[in-house]
Design a protein around this ligand. Sequence first.
Ligand code: NAD
Length: 711
Amino acid sequence: MTAITLTVGDDGIAIALMDLPGRPMNVVNDELMTALAAAADRLIGDPEIKGMVLTSAKADFCAGGDIDRISKLENAQQAFDATMQMKAVLRRLETCGKPVVAALNGHALGGGLEIALACHARVALDDPKLKLGQPEVKLGLLPGGGGTVRLPRLVGIQQALQIMAEGNDISPAKALAMGLLTELAATPDELMARARAWALANPKAKQPWDAPKFRFPGGDSRAPAVAQMFAIGPSMASARSYGNYPAVTHIMSAVFEGGLLDFEAASVVESRYFAACAMSAESRNMIGTFWYQLNAIKKGASRPHGVAPSKVGKLGILGAGMMGAGIAYVSAKVGIEVVLLDSTTEAAERGKAYSQGLLDKAVKKGRSTAEKRAALLSRITPTTDYALLAGCDLVIEAVFEDRAVKAGVTKLAEAQMAATAVFASNTSTLPITGLAAASVRPTHFLGLHFFSPVDKMPLVEIIVGAETSEQTLARGFDYVLQIGKTPIVVNDSRGFYTSRVFGTYVMEGITMLKEGVHPRSIEVAGLQAGMPMPPLALQDEVSLSLGLFVAEQTKKDLASEGKSCSEHPGMSVVRQLCEIGRVGKKVGKGFYDWAEAGKSLWPELATLYPVAAEQPAQRELIDRLLFAQANEAARCLEEGVLRSVADGNIGSIFGWGFAPFQGGALQFIDAMGVPAFVERARELAARHGARFEPAPLLVALAQQGRRLADH
Ligand code: NAD
């Protein structure tokens, strides 16, 4: 079986059907490129063939580069050679003297779109779900199959840069408007007919860039508007990413230099930059985490094996506040019947109105329709009546963070639920095993920790209580996938995984303030470290009073167990600000003054925490922020709170935004090398406190020459 079959029609047009054997999708690998080279040879050598339509027998045209192959590239030369080989095939195809048309029957992404760009025309199905784009940047790479050369020559440098530097999908309609596509077709039959017709109508097709008087649409790199953009673009991109994403700069360099050179020279330049990206630590980190680990999680690596798959048909939600309302929306969206219960009818209806608000916005923006809105809303039943919970497969509790209130609603709900149904708590801090004490069937009890805002945040942290059964865990896992979110599975513990490690980031920043570090340096260090929000602003967002409440509650809980706990040095700052009413954004004041127009650091911070005459190096601050998190994540693995490295990495990025280019809080340690991490952590411990003492697990791994990934 070959990856491409060629069928020549009576009209002399060959249909080249891509269908990689044994793969669910077409990907750009040696097999596909060899087959494409053979198809090009046939097209060139066979006088009976007048032109070719390249399409796919699979649901999608081509999903992109073969990541397995890219991640096995050992050195820059191999990376350079691999892309040059691919480009030679594509160049042969586009200079063959006969028309080649891409008929895009489904997604054409990355290398898939680059193949289509090497065709003389591109016809696509007019389906808003069909994705076109160059997402390589999201894995720290750049389009190495001629994308940075052809795209700017087809749609202009500015649009091409946006597509490649942001990596977002483009719909066929938008792609047509910008000149990326030649035509759209309403049906698969029309798609093939139009592609064929184009080939017949253009027997001597040539690429625009092979015409003698070719000019870039909008001008090449020397054109004043383009040159001006290049004068500020790279520094703006670098400022936004704090230099943490070299692929963005490499894309800009490839396009800029390519925009001064002829086609062949530009292709070589592109391959050099591709090699730089492929060999970068950032790309290795992102491929490891966002490709291998995320795929493993989605395929159920953390799900108990041997439990039959399940689906939730009817869901009960207790508490229609911020979280309950969000959970109702994401569940109803995938077709689940939702009973949304609160203590008053008004509160329950307010919870449903949240979905109405989101849907109204979506309809207005053309992202949904009035019919879809009506259908989704009809699936949410607001109520105060527990009897309506009968028949629910799953009930999620999202009432106040108060043990007694949670225990009360658990009892009332369980009285209505079938014995087999699962009960979940969305608590953010209270240990699940303790909450399950209120349940008459703790084996069917687990934690499903959502993040706010629920409709946007991709993660759900599943917490396994002491008595939670494997079956219950599997059902929780299936539900999280059913609503399109990513599950990580952790064992029960105070703060679970995400809240516990996230806390170390903000508290480290707050501790720096106490020590006299300039607050602006602290905030900049957070962003330089690659975190989406600086620590002081983030604490204002989640509220200082909540942080204090959780710390006090923890102290009380531990005291009742006869244990003591040492307070984080930053906690005295939180207490002091709470005492003067500066509890965060919700009251308009915390570390910042929050106003309609924006936020500014509270000037009086300097009176409470005078800025020291001597300021530490920025590197020291960045390391403190990252090491505090990574070390705590390693402790979670050591204590068995985390069950896998993949969950630790994905949970850190999707849960609280740990620097994505590092590949996650645990990959940060592996990428640096465990011994180097241990050494630096000890230095930080000597200077800043015992919290930086490397987790014993890391010390052991360093001695054994092993990595966390081998743990
Ligand atoms: P919220 O105050 O917005 O909503 C709580 C809702 O529960 C209110 O509508 C209230 O009327 C209702 N309620 C209270 N007691 C009830 C009872 N006895 N019967 C029925 N309804 C009752 O709170 P929230 O922010 O949505 O948080 C809910 C839960 O989710 C808490 O356990 C919280 O810790 C957790 N959580 C919150 C976040 C967050 O960012 N806000 C994130 C993750 C988890």
